[in-house]
Design a binder for this molecule. Structure first.
Ligand code: ATP
Ligand code: MG
Length: 374
């Protein structure tokens, strides 16, 4: 998959910007706070309809503007598609070839991106909800049904939580409506569990090997931590186990006023030799573990979608020592489009530069563009 061009209107510090991209390597260079990451962020937003840096669309509109618009052309083989996202006041719309797409699930997955950014270590260090968010984003790009089920799950979860509170405050003793909600909830829950488990199993097929290539350390794996037992179970079995759990903990949930079991409580951990790297890993190891995670995904995208995603690398080189940097470059071979930000080209591997178009960014403008000739 190739992003051939990207057009921005009032996005972050860009008033207007049209960029034609190289189908191999693109490097955006410039000083701090000029708008390099904003370019990657715009591609991410075009792909996934939301940012990883803010939950508020208003922050993405250029200060003083009441809208932003991002357009891009995506090529897969000989076919190309125009994607567009705009937020005008509070109205967010997405388009494929100028047709307004009503369901986000029909839109996401048309442009697949994998982003490596300084924020990534938060996935390891931060709260379980950050780790769940990452799973949701990645699985959504691979499976449209997942978003629908996930959204339905959240709606049902809220209804069930509200109803548990009502049972408590109004001393309701007829549980029939609760049972209906439970029945619907477990169906979506089991689907989400299965999809997450499958995804983590696929990551585990490659992450160890990739991590070893990058760092010389073996045995990195991810362990999925659920509050019911789901390994080797069918979807139906998971539904039954969860129903049973709710049945036995009904009073506890009523008193708590919330649903205590289900994938909204999921977590996962990165282990090296059974030690959680959140606790035992070095900074560098945590970074490399996230890089290995994201690189493992390339193979999953290839397997499921049939084409490679676009790799967005934000300031990744400055954080790695030279050996690790070169290993990363060697791993990213020629047949994937990469879009990179860096302060300058110093320290970037020559092999990468030879295929690259370099864009110099200054104050929300691309002030120069050309091939590397150093
Ligand atoms: N909504 C907005 N409207 C206008 N300017 C914005 C908006 N949001 C962010 N900016 C500006 O964008 C700039 C930051 O852009 P960006 O994060 O892309 O920097 P960068 O070039 O990646 O810098 P660094 O090298 O430090 O990572 C800042 O100057 C910031 O003030
Ligand atoms: Mg930046």
């Amino acid at each position: 998959m190739i992003l051939t061009k990207i057009n921005l209107l009032n996005f972050r510090n860009y008033k207007k910007c049209n960029i034609k991209l190289n189908d191999k390597v693109n490097i955006f260079i410039g000083n701090n706070a000029q708008g390099k990451t904003n370019i990657l962020e715009s591609i991410y937003v075009l792909a996934l309809t939301k940012s990883y840096r803010t939950n508020y669309d208003d922050n993405l509109k250029r200060k003083g503007s009441d809208f932003y618009k991002i357009k891009g052309e995506v090529k897969v083989g000989k076919y190309s598609k125009n994607l567009e996202i705009s937020v005008i006041y509070n109205d967010k719309r997405v388009f494929i070839n100028d047709t307004n797409i009503k369901r986000i699930s029909d839109y996401v997955s048309n442009l697949n991106v994998i982003m490596l950014s300084p924020e990534d270590v938060e996935t390891i260090k931060g709260s379980p909800s950050i780790r769940r968010d990452l799973l949701n984003i990645e699985i959504s790009q691979l499976n449209q049904q997942y978003i629908n089920y996930y959204n339905e799950y959240n709606k049902l979860l809220k209804m069930r939580n509200d109803y548990l509170k009502l049972i408590y405050t109004n001393s309701i003793s007829d549980y029939r409506y609760l049972d209906v909600l439970t029945e619907n909830l477990v169906n979506r829950a089991a689907y989400i569990y299965k999809e997450r488990l499958t995804f983590i199993e696929k990551i585990n097929k490659n992450i160890g090997e990739i991590f070893k290539t990058l760092s010389d350390v073996q045995n990195l794996k991810i362990v999925y931590d659920t509050n019911i037992e789901i390994n080797n179970k069918t979807q139906k079995e998971i539904e039954d186990i969860l129903k049973e759990k709710y049945y036995h903990n009904k009073q506890k949930e009523i008193v708590a006023g919330m649903t205590l079991y289900g994938p909204h409580r999921d977590d996962y951990h990165f282990l090296i030799d059974d030690n959680d790297i959140k606790i035992f890993g070095s900074q560098g190891q945590q970074k490399l573990a996230m890089i290995a995670f994201k690189l493992s995904e390339i193979l999953i995208f290839e397997e499921i979608i049939g084409s490679k995603p676009i790799l967005l690398l934000d300031d990744i080189f400055s954080e790695l020592d030279k050996t690790k940097r070169n290993r990363l470059i060697n791993y990213i071979n020629d047949d994937i489009q990469v879009i990179i930000t860096a302060n300058d080209t110093v320290g970037i591997n020559k092999k990468l530069l030879r295929n690259a178009t370099i864009y110099k960014v200054e104050n929300g403008k691309i002030i120069a563009k050309g091939d590397f000739n150093g």
